[in-house]
Design a protein around this ligand. Structure first.
Ligand code: SAM
Length: 298
């Protein structure tokens, strides 16, 4: 009987920072002391038994292993940036996805990592330093204030958009009341609704801004929220704008079976992880622009 979400045994996931160590070496190192398996969806992600404490492991301390959950590790994989690309991480701190992008790009090309909050920006820089992600260029500022026509962004081919959200898919202390109808996010109080609406308005704004970068071909949008308001509803609302810029929804991680709630056309392209089954509730949408479709904003 499930009374408490925090009681669900949660496997410990660690991602190998391939900028520092190759996955096989890390695997054999962990194998010496732990029961370890490779994840079948995310490359370079290992699964250890619930409760495994790796905080003091030398590989964690030196940035060779990153304590990052499975759902969170799916986001950069869904974006699939290639070595040599220019990529923008729009809401970057603390930077786990930033350094994952850098690793997928094998340290080649450039990741511009934008973060608004001053304190969180310091954490972002520390994450990047520890990971040895030399191709990351952290910048403090408001993503919404970046001018897409600025020449410094003219080669940006992909944007990772992981904006502030309710955190309703991960914040353990806030989860329990959601259990009876966790699939759609449970019922919300009036205060909660107004907070969700504000978050959703922000999420739509950042997505629309991302569409306007001239050379962008791929955009991944993610939240650690289980609320339809912040997920499918956001996609539905920005859909006409996405289309006007030539974007389509593409299937994020096609082998994953849990898809978006069937409340919008194309929900089969969207990806969800389940609060109970997957121990975390995440949402991922992938937009792709084919060919050289460029729309100038007049
Ligand atoms: N992607 C990060 C990771 O995986 O480590 C987590 C990002 S967190 C969900 C959202 C971040 O967006 C917060 O650090 C927040 O301060 C930042 N943020 C909020 N509004 C922003 C804006 N307008 N421009 C840039 N960053 C913003």
């Amino acid at each position: 009987d499930l009374h408490n979400i925090s009681d669900i045994p949660k496997p410990r996931y660690v991602r190998v920072n391939t900028l520092k160590v190759d996955a096989d070496s890390a695997y054999f190192e962990l194998k010496k002391n732990y029961e370890v398996r490779k994840d079948d969806v995310v490359p370079d992600l290992f699964i250890l038994p619930p409760g495994t404490d790796l905080h003091k492991h030398p590989y964690v301390i030196n940035g060779s292993l990153i304590m990052q959950g499975k759902a969170s590790s799916m986001v950069a994989v869904a974006l699939a940036p290639e070595p040599g690309w220019e990529v923008l991480d729009a809401c970057a701190a603390p930077g786990n996805k930033t350094i994952h992008l850098a690793a997928l790009m094998k340290g080649k090309g450039r990741v511009i990592a934008c973060e608004l909050d001053e304190k969180r920006f310091e954490r972002l820089k520390e994450t990047v330093r520890l990971a040895g992600a030399c191709n990351v260029q952290p910048m403090q500022g408001d993503f919404l204030a970046l001018n897409p026509e600025d020449p410094s962004f003219s080669k940006v081919r992909a944007i990772l958009l992981d904006p502030s959200c309710s955190g309703s898919g991960t914040a353990v202390d806030r989860l329990d009341h959601l259990l009876p109808s966790h699939g759609t996010g449970g019922s919300a109080t009036a205060g909660e609704m107004s907070r969700l609406r504000k978050l959703a308005a922000f999420q739509k704004k950042v997505l629309e801004h991302a569409f306007s970068f001239p050379a962008v071909e791929r955009i991944v949008y993610s939240t650690c929220s289980i609320k339809q308001t912040e997920n499918e509803d956001v996609i539905k609302c920005v859909w006409p704008i996405a289309e006007s810029y030539g974007f389509e929804l593409a299937t994020a991680l096609p082998t994953w079976s849990r898809r978006g709630l069937p409340v919008i056309d194309g929900s089969e392209h969207l990806l969800r992880t389940d609060l109970v089954e997957d121990k975390e509730g995440f949402f991922i949408a992938l937009f792709v622009r084919k060919g050289n479709h460029r729309v100038s904003i007049s």
